[in-house]
Design a protein around this ligand. Structure first.
Ligand SMILES: *Cc1c(COP(=O)(O)O)cnc(C)c1O
Length: 458
């Protein structure tokens, strides 16, 4: 399989090159030249383990890593999950929940990032290269990035987070990792400061090149690839229904785009239900065709407090019939005016999607209702997913809701939803009292660059 950019400036590159490139060099996003049709293989994949299924699906998109090496990478990536099925399906009331939170940091990002870290290490070893990963987090996703890189050869990771502005559990999940290749930088400033530091440093091209700076953000094709797998796995776990709806709590459009690919590969998904919180730019787009940026508002489901979704352009590429010029025009217009429009009348609404959003009080209400009626506790992102999914589902059709985090990660929201209730997880409790390491730093580019000069691989 070869990969190309959604903007047309890159094409014909292999999987390995696509992994190392991350964002396409022309500013677009990398996509496979074609989407393989696996309908005829679905029968023969019945009763495979998650890992076996992963190898089969990934091999459709990877032809420059030998099959046995790919199997080793997959096994390594899911060895730290605490459920033998990796992503089990449970029935709750009249719908099903796909639990994606059994990885090391209890969030669905582990599924893709654990694999990406191993693929990076594998490629760097063969090519005798090295990489310094730089990332910024408001608290929630930094630990998944750190856990994917800790202890790996030829890769260091530097994570910027706003000092004192992450929850104690979030900070502990990052700073208790003492591996020599992990550097937590506590920035005296806001999350915006962290992000702008990162952007400035990445735009210093000579520095970026000298230190082989890389990212593990959600535009990397490898992350999408790893996420396709659980859509298929869930279908087998459901007993291969003729068709089913899937509801997905959406922020950067990575998770649901993997579902879109699974559907185009031949998995019989009826509707992909896009669920958002009040940051509803995507929900509005799927209703009206207008893609218009608003102000980011803070919600009970912070991993979805996003206005501009970094993976949306991949979808746009397919929606605009693979025309790179039209993609560039749409995205250029959006960048300039904060708004762009797809004409649904001539183009037709996308029958694969439905979309909706919910506010915080309904989110907390959903947590409470499901807990009281079903004795099942969900985190706020999953609650958004269930709430919108239940509203938009197709009658007589199984509904699968993707659960993206363990409730214990969001204890404040849980106690607001059900006063007096606490959610526990032994992995989080085990962090209490462990030694920690972090470097406090002023929000200045020079300081961060000097730190990377000192501790980065080169
Ligand atoms: C990242 C994240 C999401 C959003 O997923 P996208 O792929 O960005 O759409 C939802 N829930 C949780 C808990 C997350 O960490």
């Amino acid at each position: 399989m070869k990969y190309r950019s959604s903007r047309g400036g890159v094409s014909g590159i292999g999987f390995r090159e696509a992994v190392m490139m991350g964002l396409a060099t022309d500013g677009g996003l990398l996509i496979p030249h074609e989407i393989p049709d696996v309908k005829d293989k679905l029968g023969s994949w019945t009763s495979l383990t998650f890992q076996e299924l992963a190898v089969n699906i990934m091999a459709e998109y990877i032809d420059d890593i030998p099959a046995e090496d790919l199997a080793t990478l997959v096994d390594k990536s899911y060895a730290r999950f605490d459920h033998e099925k990796i992503t089990p399906v449970v029935q709750v009331s009249d719908f099903y929940v796909l639990e994606l939170f059994h990885g090391p940091t209890l969030a669905f990002k582990d599924i893709a990032l654990q694999f990406l870290g191993n693929v990076f290490e594998y490629i760097l070893e063969e090519e005798q290269g090295h990489l310094n990963i730089l990332g910024a987090t408001s608290g929630d996703t930094g630990s998944a990035a750190i856990e994917s890189i800790r202890g790996k050869s030829n890769i260091n990771i530097f994570i910027l987070f706003p000092e004192g502005k992450t929850s104690p559990v979030q900070e502990a999940q990052m700073t208790t990792v003492l591996d020599a290749n992990v550097f937590n930088i506590a920035v005296e400033g806001s999350f915006d400061d962290c992000q702008s530091l990162m952007k400035t440093i990445f735009s210093d091209l000579s520095f970026k090149q000298e230190y082989e700076l890389g990212a593990v953000n959600s535009v990397n094709w490898t992350r999408l690839l790893a996420q396709i797998v659980y859509y298929f796995f869930a279908w087998y776990e459901l007993g291969k229904p003729e068709t089913f709806d899937v509801s997905v709590p959406t922020g950067n459009f990575g998770n649901i785009f993997a579902g879109y690919l699974a559907r185009r590969m031949g998995l019989p998904i009826n509707k992909l239900i896009l669920a958002t919180n009040r940051n509803d730019i995507l929900a509005r787009f799927f209703e009206t065709g207008v893609y218009q940026k608003g102000e980011v508002c803070f919600s009970e489901s912070p991993a979805m407090d996003i206005q501009v979704s970094s993976n949306f352009e991949r979808y746009l590429y397919y929606k605009l019939d693979g025309s790179c010029e039209k993609v560039a025009e749409f995205m250029g217009g959006f960048l300039q005016k904060g708004m762009a429009r797809l004409d649904f009348n001539t183009r037709g609404f996308d029958e694969s999607f439905m979309a909706g959003s919910v506010g915080d009080s309904e989110t907390l209400g959903t947590i409470r209702d499901i807990y009281e009626q079903e004795d099942y506790l969900v985190d706020p992102h999953t609650a958004v997913c269930i709430s919108v999914g239940s509203r938009l589902r197709t009658p007589e059709t199984p509904l699968l809701c993707l659960s993206t985090a363990h409730p214990a990660k969001f204890e404040n929201a849980i106690s607001r939803a059900v006063p007096g209730l606490a959610s526990h997880h032994e992995r989080l409790e085990a962090l209490a009292g462990l030694p920690t390491r972090k470097e406090k730093m002023g929000a200045e580019v020079d300081l961060v660059q000097a730190f990377i000069r000192q501790y980065g691989l080169h």
